[in-house]
Design a protein around this ligand. Structure first.
Ligand code: ADP
Length: 421
């Protein structure tokens, strides 16, 4: 304004501009100056309020992004008030309403402490904790600060973020798998160490005390051969299991005739049956039983079950292997392979655990060949890959029936009908 007055006076004095038009010009500038600042300050105020709102409530962009994440996510402000909860978190933590304290939904003390630290420092954190109730569950959470573009930088605001994103991951399944894997390694090495220790012991005896006793030496050598054979079986089973695990999620693409699998198994195990004085009775339909599967793996299933029936049910003298079509659910046609023996059977408390790795019913007196405890675990894994299932029915004294159900594939049949078998 002062400049405008001076310029006007100068113009009137030195350039002879008439006084009244100059004053009118000055008044016009004054009027414009009086309105202009008021307009810009109101815009500034509006922008400031908008920024404040953006800092309190996450925008649509942030919401759709956290909704797209597969894990439960919470967005809270720096005071610990929940500002947004994604779909997954709504599913897991119930109907959480934004606007309430985050600690109402997330109670783990270590998570809330980490949250407070992130609010103070503005640095991200990752924490793990275990919840014991109702079942043991492992969690991992990532707590990350969010600084909105346009808000004052973290340095100027003492590191306080506008929002904090909490992403929670349930790690129970991973931990369980890790534990299973380390248990498996421990069990496998223990199982291998036993026959190895016995082999070493016999070698020392043959080199020492039995050096000049041919009879004892022969006896020890045959035990050593048994132990070496047991080690070989263990290694074969461990390798089979890990091979099947590798392709656990891939459904086999081949087409197999289950009837041929059953016949092949019965032929392959005929010598063992003769040794144990057991008869294998096979009952299969006339037509081929074709389904989607891996022939070698299905042979392994049938062999493991029939071999168990021969070994553990030999007292029953018969093992019945039957193949029937399940018609209870016509929309889901299935084939059932049943292996039944009439031996001593299995007590009910063991039934749910039989398919665990290295699980053996502890009654060594019945056992002809000491098993590896991996046979039924292999069966279970192969069946999972084939979308089949195993049911075990047994009562002590009445033998046992192992029933395998496998989906009969229409597609498989369609392919096979084109190829003359
Ligand atoms: P193994 O190599 O010891 O036979 P499996 O996993 O095949 O391992 O079987 C686990 C345990 O289940 C066996 O050790 C045995 O005690 C029991 N079992 C399996 N099949 C039968 C059966 N037909 N009759 C009685 N017990 C059985």
């Amino acid at each position: 304004m002062a400049t405008a007055v001076l310029v006007t006076l100068g113009a009137v004095a030195f350039f002879g501009i008439p006084f009244w038009p100059a004053v009118l010009g000055l008044l016009a500038i004054t009027a414009a100056a009086a309105f202009a600042p008021r307009r810009s300050s109101s815009r500034r105020l509006k922008l400031k309020t908008q920024r404040e709102v953006r800092r309190m409530w996450p925008g649509t962009g942030m919401k759709v992004t956290v909704d797209a994440l597969p894990n439960p996510c919470f967005v809270a402000d720096g005071r610990g008030i929940t500002r947004y909860v994604n779909h997954e978190a709504q599913k897991v933590y119930g109907d959480v309403k934004p606007g309430g304290p985050l600690s109402f939904s997330l109670r783990a003390p270590s998570l809330l402490e980490a949250f407070d630290r992130v609010c103070e420092t503005g640095l991200p954190e990752q924490i793990n904790w275990i919840e014991k109730v109702p079942t043991e569950t492992w969690y991992e959470a990532h707590v990350a600060p969010i600084f909105m573009p346009g808000s004052l930088s973290s340095d100027q605001r003492g590191g306080q973020p506008d929002f904090i994103l909490v992403v929670i991951q349930d790690q129970t399944e991973n931990r369980r798998l890790e534990r299973m894997r380390s248990d498996f390694v421990a069990n496998a090495s223990h199982e291998l160490r036993t026959p190895l220790a016995s082999l070493t012991g016999f070698i020392e005896t043959i080199q020492g005390a039995a050096r000049n006793d041919p009879e004892a030496r022969d006896r020890f050598l045959s035990i050593m051969q048994e132990q070496a054979e047991r080690m070989r079986r263990l290694i074969d089973d461990i390798l089979s299991l890990s091979r099947i695990e590798l392709k656990a999620h891939v459904r086999p693409a081949g087409v197999v005739d289950l009837k041929e699998v059953v016949r092949h198994t019965a032929d392959a195990l005929a010598p063992l049956a003769a040794d144990l004085d057991v008869e294998i009775r096979v009952e299969v339909p006339d037509r081929p039983v074709k389904l989607q599967g891996d022939r070698d793996e299905l042979i392994q299933v049938a062999e493991n079950l029939v071999e168990n029936a021969l070994k553990y049910g030999k007292d029953g003298k018969f093992v019945d292997v039957t193949l029937t079509e399940l018609v209870e659910t016509p929309e889901l046609p299935q084939w059932q392979l049943s292996v039944r023996d009439y031996g001593e059977g299995i007590a009910s408390e063991h039934l749910p655990r039989l398919t665990e790795r290295f699980y053996r019913v502890s009654d060594d007196s019945r056992q002809v060949m000491k098993g590896t405890g991996l046979g039924l675990a292999i069966v279970k894994h192969i069946l999972a890959r084939h979308q089949g299932k195993l049911d075990i029915e047994s009562e002590p004294g009445k033998g046992a029936a192992f029933k395998v159900s496998l989906p009969a594939e229409d597609i498989a049949e369609a392919i096979l009908n084109k190829v003359p078998s």
